[in-house]
Design a protein around this ligand. Sequence first.
Ligand code: HPA
Ligand code: ZN
Length: 333
Amino acid sequence: MTAFIEGLPKAELHVHLEGTLEPEHIFELASRNKIELEYKTPQDVIDAYDFHDLPSFLKIYYAAMGVLHTEQDFYELTYHYFERAAKDNVVYVEPFFDPQGHTSRGVDFDTIINGIHRAQEDARKNLGIESNLIMCFLRDMSAESAAEHLQMSLPFKDWIIGVGLDSDEKDNPPTKFQQVFADARQAGYKLTMHCDVNQKDILGHIRECIDIIKVDRIDHGINALEDEALCADIVKHDLGLTVCPVSNRFVVQSLTSNEIRTMLEKNMKVTINSDDPGYFRAYLTDNFIALTEEGHFSEQELTQLARNAFDAAWLDDADKAHYQQRINDYISG
Ligand code: HPA
Ligand code: ZN
């Protein structure tokens, strides 16, 4: 089964580029940018990872991204992720980036996006991985800040396919960003939002995403299973759900394999993703393998999960057909 998973052509729709920062790279960047770390070795950094909920993760995540300063830093962050993803037979990615995590430290928007974009171009040329970038707003910052960053992004509109919403969800509902997301839609962006696992008011957040924001996709969204009407509307609107099994395990002590199987049975377009693989120590293939160990998924179920990701991707029909054919070739080859 491991070999089957490794070879399967995959798409990844929920990976935070800043969440791919590897401890060795944290050290390299800290040294280059003359930043003092409170850890002696990369292993010390890993040993300090103690995530049990979203805030405990975010604290470490924002502290560590402080080593990213130059365009080259953002290039390397992004290109290293693509190199790792290529080993997992990931052929298409819609990665997130968090500009406010950097502009708030004095890094220019142009510096961030130029580095990321150059890595995307090189990954296309050298690794055969296509990608389309998603800009996330930090929901624990103000709607005004999000609106400012939307404006900053417009000169780079051709390099960004959509906007998302991440960071601390508690008391930061989708409607806080209703106007920004309406403006983003107007600018031609696709829309997605995190509805993280087991958050306060989570069913209300999922409902707002569907009815008010009118998202094109939902990130996580596992809790929708608690409400039949939400499940029905997710199917009706054909909304992809980007579930992250290993990430979930830090919060719910399970890879949510039962929930993922239930979603498949309900015809919900559930996909498998790595979220923050540098921190959770599991890239995409690792997520598929761990999930299969817990839930004993069949080749047919795993193939459906991989197909769902290409289907839920923000690609045109011809591109989707091309990727589905690659899966057909793999299955029949
Ligand atoms: N949830 C919310 N914010 C995040 C995440 C996540 O999984 N990863 C990085 N920022
Ligand atoms: Zn996420």
